[in-house]
Design a protein around this ligand. Structure first.
Ligand code: NAP
Ligand code: L37
Length: 249
């Protein structure tokens, strides 16, 4: 989280957006955190609020998320924004990671309409909103979507049918080339640290996809790092600019 929060602050600075990172001690009470959210909600100089998860165990994340005014919820986690995404109301905020994946597909000219999209993972921050975006009618949507999870029977049978395969399971390098349809577009959302004695920090980052075998089969594939991660940050900036315009209107 510390790495991500720092990258977000730096990216804001790079585009000329004021950002403030408020570090609180782990002993902060839920009421104190809610009071801070209230203060930021009321501050007209603030257009976007992001609470980086995970929170300490004594704080209920859903209570904190619900407290953020939906108009400033640039992470897109408030139930109002989740609902708007599902209904297809475009004035809400979509969560940054799946929005970044959709933007990547659009920018690389990947046709989505009528394609078989398979999403592996059903979390509220990646898998479920990813499926909602891809099934929506219109640009970057109109897919036939399958969502897989830990109770899915024979994962490989599903992944092998995918024209567009989006993997967000948090399991290092489990999707190998033989689980991918030749010519498929593969988007690897996973970020896993694996031990590597030869790496400077003693570990390296890998995705949920085994890149070396998958790249032989896929027509397009995202790397880790340097793939979906930076897009997540870009979409955070986009959501915040949109929030500022909407709040000013
Ligand atoms: P999560 O909440 O742990 O969800 C993982 C999902 O994968 C769950 O739905 C789980 O199923 C499913 N799963 C786990 N093992 C599986 C298996 N063997 N077969 C099929 N499905 C399986 O994780 P998350 O927050 O969605 O994140 C997923 C990954 O993306 C992580 O590596 C995370 O670090 C990374 N991430 C990256 C970004 C970015 O910007 N690049 C942003 C967010 C997350 P159940 O629901 O049944 O448990
Ligand atoms: N708001 N964001 C919010 N709340 C959360 O609870 N998990 C989470 C969240 N996620 C988040 O910030 N994700 C994220 C993931 C990766 C990057 C940025 C944000 C990123 O920049 N990844 C780089 C490399 C990161 C590294 O070196 O560790 C990449 O190239 O993938």
């Amino acid at each position: 989280s510390a790495v991500y929060v720092r990258s977000k602050g730096k990216a804001s600075q790079e585009v000329g957006m004021r950002s403030e990172t408020i570090h609180l001690p782990a002993t902060t009470s839920q009421n104190e955190l809610l009071a801070l959210v209230d203060r930021l909600n009321a501050d007209t100089a603030v257009h976007g609020i992001l609470v980086q998860m995970p929170l300490p165990k004594h704080i209920d994340p859903s209570a904190v998320i619900r407290r953020i005014t939906p108009e400033k919820d640039v992470d897109g986690f408030h139930p109002v924004n989740v609902g708007k995404l599902l209904i297809g109301e475009r004035d809400g905020f979509a969560p940054c990671t799946p929005a970044g994946v959709q933007e990547l597909l659009l920018r690389y000219g990947v046709e989505t309409a009528g394609r078989e999209a398979v999403v592996v993972g059903r979390s509220n921050i990646v898998g479920k909103p990813m499926a909602a975006l891809l099934v929506q009618p219109g640009r970057g949507g109109d897919c036939t979507v399958t969502v897989c999870h830990s109770r899915t029977r024979s994962l490989a049978e599903h992944t092998r049918r995918a024209d567009i395969l989006i993997v967000a399971m948090g399991r290092a390098e489990v999707i190998r080339g033989d689980m991918i349809k030749p010519g498929a577009v593969v988007v690897d959302v996973g970020i896993n640290r694996v031990e590597d004695a030869t790496a400077p920090r003693g570990y390296r980052l890998v995705g949920d996809v085994h890149f070396e075998s998958a790249k032989e089969v896929a027509s397009l594939i995202t790397p880790v790092p340097g793939g979906v991660g930076p897009m997540t940050i870009a979409m955070l900036l986009r959501n915040t600019v949109r929030a500022a315009h909407a709040l000013a209107a």
